[in-house]
Design a protein around this ligand. Structure first.
Ligand SMILES: Cc1cc2nc3c(=O)[nH]c(=O)nc-3n(C[C@H](O)[C@H](O)[C@H](O)COP(=O)(O)OP(=O)(O)OC[C@H]3O[C@@H](n4cnc5c(N)ncnc54)[C@H](O)[C@@H]3O)c2cc1C
Length: 602
C-alpha cells in the first residue's frame, strides 16, 4: 500500500548536562524537531556541575568562555567562579530557554538496543522516583558518605540493589543522542581495601561530596588519596579545617597562577547594558586563550609553552622552598602532558605545618588508615621488600577517577548492529572467538579510542554521542558541545530529508579520522609523559591514540570546515523500504528562542 502519510522521527536524548541541554534546545529551535524524548537520572540539570560539589570547585576555563554562546553572562563575579555560581547559571538557562519541560528527571537509562529491522532504538530506563530516598538510618549505617541527593541509580548508593530490582520502562526513537559520559560514574580506586570498605571511619569519593563533608573533616586527620586537578582546588579548603591532611600523590600537574580577582560593578554594568561589548570581550579573550593553549600543547619551544612553564615554575618556587618538594611537584613532561591547572593557594597550603605530601606507594587501605611502602609511588615495579609505614586517619577522601576503575557498575550497556557492544566498539576492542568451545577472549591489538569525530561509532547507526573521548579540545567544552551538536544536526537533517532508515559511519572513515589524530599528536609536547592522560591513551603495544581535535591542521580552520560540511560519503546510508511511511521534514519555529542569541542572561 502506498501512503502519502508522513511522520517526523522520534529523537531520544540521554542526559541533562551541558551537552544534553544544548542538544534538546538546538533540536527544537534549529531543526524544529517535535518528537523529543529526553531523560536525566538526577533530580536536577547540570550533570558535572550538579554532581560535583567538592569545596573549592570552580571552572578552569574562564567562565566568559565557559558559557553558552546564546546566553552570555555579564554577571560572572570572577573569571573562575565557584561550582554554585556555574550551576545556577546552567539551571537559569534551562528555565529561560524552556528546556525543563522537555526532560523527565529522575529517570536513569539502564540499556539501549538497536533494532536493525525496524531502524529503531529502544532505550530502557528506571524511574528512580519510585524508590524512596535514602533514610537517615541507611545514611548512618553506611561508612561510605554521599550527598543528600544521591539516588538509587548511583553505583555508590546503598540503594543500588533496590535500583537493580526496579522494573524497567522503555521508550523508542529512531535517532538517539547519548550524552552520558564514561567518566560520570564515581569509582573507588584499585587499591586493596578501598572497595571492600576496610576503613572503619567515614570515607567518600570527591565526585560525591557529602552535604556535611566539611563538618566531617573539622579537627580530623584526613587522607586525600589522589592529587590531580581536583586536589589542587580541594587541599586549600581542607587545610584550614582539618587537624592534619595527608595528600597521597603520584604525578604532578603544572599549576599556574590564577589571579581570580572579582569583576568590578562598573565593568559588569557595561556588559549588561551593551551585549556587543561583552561579545567582543569574549571573542578577543577566546582568541588569546586559544593561541596560548594550542601553541603550548603542540609547538615545542613556542613562547606560549615557555610562558606556561615559567609561570607554573614561578608559582611553585614562590611558595615552596624545600628542594625535595619542588622536585616531587615539578612535572617530568611538558605542559598539557597532563591538564594544566590554576591556583594561587595550592602550593602554599602544602607547606602548612598540618599538611604532608606523601609520595610513598600505597599498599592497602585498612581499618585504621593507609599502609604505605617506603618506595616512590611513581615506580612502576613494586619493591615488595620496601619498609612499610602505617598512617592512621579519621577520614579518607578519594580524589581519584571514575567508574572504569571499579568495573562496569553504573556504566550503561548499549547494543548496536549485530549485537555490537558500545564499550568494546568505541575502544575498537574485538572478541576473539574461543577455540574448541573455549570462552571468547578480548583482542586488544588495536585498542584505543575508536570513533568518528568523537561523535559517531562503528555498529551504532542513528546514534550520536557528542563530546566523547576523541572529541576533546582545549577551550571551553560548552563551545565544543555547541559545535558538535550543530554538526550532528546536519547529519540528522540529511538523513530525514533523504528518507533514510539509518545512517552509520564507515570503518574506513573511522580509520581515516583516527590516523589523522594519531599523526597530528605524535611527538607533540602534550603527548609527553609516560602515562595515559587527558589527551592520550596508550595501546598495549606502546603506541598511543589521541583524544583531541584541534591539532589536525595548522589552524582550526580545517576543523571548522569539517564541521560546516560533513563528508556524507563517510556514511553507510540505508533508505527506508518501499511503502514505509516517509519522514516528514521538521520545520524550525518562525521565531526561535535562540534568536535572542547574544542577549546576555541578566
Ligand atoms: C570537576 C570538573 C571540572 C570541569 N571543569 C571544566 C572547565 O572548567 N571547562 C571545561 O571546558 N570543561 C570542564 N569540565 C568538563 C565538563 O565535564 C564539561 O565541560 C561538561 O560539563 C560536560 O557536560 P556533558 O553534558 O557533556 O556531560 P555531563 O556533565 O557528564 O552530563 C551527562 C549527564 O548525563 C546524565 N546521565 C548519565 N548516565 C545517565 C543514565 N544512565 N540515564 C540518564 N541520564 C544519565 C548525568 O546525570 C549527567 O547529567 C570539568 C569536568 C569536571 C568533572
Amino acid at each position: 500500500m502506498v501512503t502519502s502519510e508522513r511522520v517526523e522521527p522520534r529523537v531520544g536524548i540521554i542526559g541533562g548536562g551541558i551537552t544534553g541541554i544544548i542538544t534538546a534546545l538546538f533540536l527544537r529551535e534549529k531543526l524544529g524537531v517535535k518528537n523529543i524524548i529526553a531523560i536525566e537520572r538526577n533530580p536536577e540539570f547540570g550533570g558535572t556541575w550538579f554532581e560535583n560539589s567538592y569545596p573549592g570547585l570552580s571552572c578552569d576555563i574562564p567562565a566568559h568562555l565557559y558559557s553558552f554562546s546564546f546566553a552570555m553572562n555579564p554577571n560572572w563575579s570572577v573569571p573562575y567562579p565557584s561550582r554554585d555560581e556555574l550551576l545556577k547559571y546552567i539551571v537559569d538557562v534551562v528555565d529561560k530557554y524552556e528546556v525543563r519541560k522537555m526532560f523527565r528527571l529522575n529517570c536513569a537509562a539502564t540499556r539501549g538496543v538497536w533494532d536493525e529491522k525496524k531502524g529503531v532504538w529502544t532505550v530502557y530506563y528506571k524511574d528512580i522516583s519510585k524508590i524512596k530516598p535514602i533514610s537517615e538510618e541507611e545514611k548512618k549505617a553506611s561508612v561510605l558518605q554521599f550527598p543528600d541527593w544521591v539516588r538509587a541509580s548511583d553505583p555508590l548508593s546503598p540503594q543500588w540493589a533496590e535500583f537493580e530490582a526496579l522494573p524497567e520502562e522503555s521508550f523508542e526513537c529512531e535517532f538517539l543522542y547519548n550524552t552520558q559520559k564514561p567518566t560520570g560514574a564515581p569509582g573507588l580506586p584499585d587499591i586493596p581495601g578501598a572497595r571492600e570498605h576496610a576503613f572503619k571511619g567515614p570515607v567518600w569519593h570527591r565526585i560525591r561530596w557529602p552535604t556535611n563533608g566539611l563538618d566531617l573533616v573539622k579537627g580530623k586527620r584526613v587522607a586525600l588519596i589522589g592529587c590531580a586537578a581536583a586536589a589542587v582546588q580541594l587541599v586549600p579548603q581542607l587545610q584550614p579545617l582539618a587537624s592534619h591532611v595527608s595528600v597521597f600523590h603520584r604525578t604532578p600537574n603544572h599549576v599556574m597562577h590564577r589571579d581570580n580577582h572579582p569583576y568590578s560593578e562598573e565593568q559588569k554594568e557595561i556588559w549588561r547594558k551593551n551585549p556587543a561589548e561583552l561579545r567582543k570581550f569574549r571573542t578577543e579573550f577566546e582568541e588569546k586563550f586559544f593561541k596560548v593553549w594550542i601553541n603550548a600543547a603542540f609547538v615545542d619551544g613556542s613562547p606560549e609553552q615557555k610562558f606556561i612553564l615559567e609561570d607554573s615554575k614561578a608559582n611553585l618556587y614562590e611558595n615552596i622552598k624545600d628542594e625535595r618538594l619542588r622536585e616531587i611537584l615539578w612535572p617530568e613532561f611538558m605542559p598539557w602532558g597532563r591538564r594544566v591547572t590554576f591556583h594561587d593557594k595550592f602550593y602554599k597550603s602544602l607547606t602548612e605545618p598540618n599538611v604532608e605530601l606523601v609520595q610513598d606507594r600505597i599498599i592497602c587501605i585498612n581499618e585504621n588508615g593507609v599502609l604505605t611502602a617506603l618506595q616512590n609511588a611513581r615506580d612502576v615495579v613494586h619493591d615488595e621488600k620496601a619498609p612499610k609505614l602505617q598512617r592512621d586517619f579519621d577520614v579518607i577522601i578519594y580524589g581519584t577517577g571514575w567508574a572504569p576503575q571499579s568495573g562496569r557498575k553504573g556504566v550503561v550497556p548499549f547494543t548496536g548492529r549485530d549485537h555490537m557492544d558500545f564499550g568494546l566498539s568505541s575502544m575498537n576492542i574485538k572478541l576473539k572467538p574461543g577455540e574448541n568451545g573455549a570462552k571468547p577472549s578480548l583482542d586488544l591489538s588495536e585498542f584505543g579510542f575508536w570513533n568518528y569525530m568523537g561523535e559517531m561509532f562503528e555498529g551504532f547507526p542513528n546514534y550520536f554521542a557528542p563530546i566523547t573521548p576523541g572529541a576533546m579540545t582545549f577551550i571551553s567544552l560548552i563551545e565544543n558541545a555547541e559545535k558538535s551538536v550543530d554538526w550532528t544536526l546536519k547529519i540528522l537533517k540529511y538523513a530525514i530529508a533523504r528518507n533514510l532508515k539509518s545512517i552509520e559511519v564507515k570503518r574506513e572513515a573511522i580509520e581515516w579520522w583516527t590516523n589523522r589524530l594519531d599523526k597530528a599528536v605524535e611527538g607533540a609536547p602534550c603527548a609527553s609523559g609516560a602515562r595515559n592522560s587527558y589527551f592520550k591513551l596508550y595501546r598495549p603495544d606502546g603506541s598511543f591514540t589521541a583524544r583531541i581535535w584541534y591539532p589536525l591542521s595548522d589552524s582550526p580552520r580545517e576543523l571548522e570546515q569539517l564541521l560546516l560540511y560533513p563528508i556524507y560519503s563517510h556514511f553507510d546510508q540505508t533508505p527506508k523500504e518501499d511503502g514505509a511511511v516517509k519522514w516528514a521534514v521538521p520545520t524550525p519555529p518562525e521565531i526561535s528562542l535562540l534568536d535572542k542569541a547574544y542577549e546576555p542572561l541578566v
